[in-house]
Design a protein. Structure first.
Length: 240
């Protein structure tokens, strides 16, 4: 890394790092002066914590994409290492096993590929909160509160199927709500569930009175829904 700084500031930064290195070395730090200076620079610019020897702990995420068969059954389908390219399945399994043995965090997320094109088309998450990019997708897709006839601005992102009942943190199970509707659906008698179908993302809501409604995600800008149905439809059903 190279930084172009005014002379006074550049000299001050270098002198500070050098003084920190000299102090650490005098206290018995076994790292070289350059190593201490580099570690100090990283620690102070990123705010990372340090290890016992003073080196910064830098969080690093290494992504490996592989088939479930390659991960679990020893199949030889090639894997992909993010920002690197294809790697053998054996090497991918070794990388994962090494991190598990080292007691490092290993996250497994399911990626879904199209049977027709082989392209990745969806991803789920074990996290309770919706990741930032998935949350942005939900806001773009839903545009407003999805409770039938509400249409208030989205304030909350929540699960259609409650997490306590096995609801997943996915685009299918996620939905945008206004604050009032998100609280209201927690009351006894309210039930929601996603419904798969040709019309895209549809959520079926049953109220405490037993009436059932369906909310359709609106079409994206410049797109038209194939059918002429309104976004929010009341079903001709009522349950006891």
């Amino acid at each position: 890394m190279t930084a172009l700084l005014p002379v006074a500031q550049g000299v001050a930064v270098y002198a500070t790092l050098k003084a920190e290195a000299d102090q650490a070395r005098a206290a018995g730090d076994e790292r070289s002066r350059g190593q201490v200076m580099a570690d100090t620079l990283v620690t102070r610019t990123t705010g990372c914590a340090t290890t016992e020897d003073g080196a910064p702990v830098v969080p690093v995420t290494v992504g490996v994409v592989m088939t479930d068969a390659a991960l679990l059954t020893g199949a030889h389908d090639p894997a992909a290492l993010t920002d690197h390219g294809p790697i053998p399945a054996d090497l991918a399994r070794e990388l994962i096993a090494a991190n598990v043995d080292a007691d490092l965090a290993v996250w497994i997320r399911r990626l879904y590929a199209s049977h027709r094109t082989g392209q990745l088309i969806a991803m789920d998450s074990r996290q309770r909160r919706f990741p930032r990019l998935l949350g942005e997708f939900l806001r773009h897709r839903d545009q407003w509160c999805r409770t039938p006839w509400c249409n208030a601005p989205i304030r909350h992102l929540d699960h259609v199927d409650p997490v306590a009942e096995g609801g997943a943190t996915t685009a299918e199970s996620g939905q945008g709500y206004c604050e009032a509707c998100n609280y209201a659906k927690q009351a006894p008698g309210w039930r929601q569930r996603p419904r798969a179908g040709p019309e895209g993302h549809v959520v079926e809501t049953t109220t405490p009175t037993g009436h059932t409604y369906r909310s359709h995600a609106p079409p994206a800008a410049g797109q038209r829904r194939p059918s002429a149905r309104h976004r929010d439809d009341q079903e001709d059903t009522q349950t006891a």
